[in-house]
Design a protein around this ligand. Structure first.
Ligand code: MN
Length: 291
């Protein structure tokens, strides 16, 4: 099943022919002014909701065109976005890094950096010479709470997958600060449940800026594989339903600028095109200097 958040925080499923069926009445929509936890709840209670949603998909009398809705971050109230920074050899080489994810571990991006397929990347108003890069990554969405999850049990804890762009200001400041701006974590266009993807260890992922292919890689080249990422993160933190793991980027990272259109695609997962605009936020001492 393909699950979306759209418009004012409604929950939908995407059926045949890219038709959106609003299932907010089943799940309960996000409420204005409250933390947007509807998708977390759906993920947590999916075993109960799945048969109801499948029935609705077959019987719904009304649907919307996917093109006519505004796609939002699928799970904006993820308790954490766990990101593996050096998880492809070719990317480690292009960055001059000698360590790899199994020894380096992970960092966190704030959930406030999440945005959806219908929202642009908003570049901050920092020093104009600073480079803001795209990183093409697979998002792994956690379905079931767990701590110290052994790699053999990874599938019990993975709910689904999505495309994710890890946007970053290059430089020497703390990594989190450089990767935490609002809209620096576009994710979407939907969450596709794990049963529709099957084995995620051989997925091709690509990213284009405008029509230029910048990144083209396959998950088989991950240094730390998906079971290993679930295992490692859960050795440190309790993973919760809706938590997101960004699996790391291959070689080919490069700058984005206002007016660009960034397309990301993972086979059997989906694709989305994200615009890039210049924003007014972000002025201050931290990124005033050239890198
Ligand atoms: Mn990354």
């Amino acid at each position: 099943m393909k699950l979306i958040r759209f418009d004012e925080g409604r929950i939908g499923i995407v059926a045949e022919g890219d038709r959106v069926i609003d299932v907010s009445d089943v799940v309960g929509p996000d409420l204005p002014g409250s933390p947007p936890v509807a998708m977390n709840r759906l993920i947590d209670m999916y075993a109960q909701y799945e048969p109801i949603l499948k029935k609705r998909a077959l019987s719904a009398s009304t649907s919307l065109s996917l093109d006519a809705v505004r796609l939002l971050a699928p799970v904006p109230a993820a308790s954490k976005v766990i990101a593996y920074p050096v998880n492809y050899d070719d990317h480690a080489r292009e960055m001059g890094q000698s360590v790899r994810a199994p020894a380096q571990g992970f960092f966190l991006k704030p959930p406030s950096s999440l945005s959806g397929a219908g929202e642009p990347i908003v570049l901050p108003a920092i020093d104009a010479s600073r480079r803001v890069d795209h990183e093409c990554e697979l998002a792994i969405v956690i379905g079931k709470r767990g701590r110290d999850i052994p790699r053999e049990k990874w599938q019990e804890h993975v709910f689904g997958y999505s495309c994710l762009i890890d946007v970053v200001v290059r430089g020497k400041e703390e990594r989190v600060a450089r990767k935490a701006f609002d809209t620096f974590c576009p994710m979407g266009p939907w969450i596709v449940t794990a049963d529709e993807v099957g084995d995620p260890s051989r997925l091709r992922g690509r990213l284009w800026v405008n029509d230029e292919l910048r990144q083209d890689a396959n998950n088989r080249d991950l240094v730390l594989d998906i079971p290993g990422m679930v295992e490692m993160a859960s050795q440190v933190m309790t993973l919760e339903p809706g938590d997101i793991i960004a699996g790391g980027t291959p070689a080919g990272v490069g700058p984005i600028k206002p007016g660009d259109r960034v397309r990301i695609e993972f086979e059997r997962v989906g694709s989305m095109v994200i615009g890039v605009v210049q924003g007014d936020s972000g002025r201050g001492p931290l990124f005033r200097q050239p890198a």
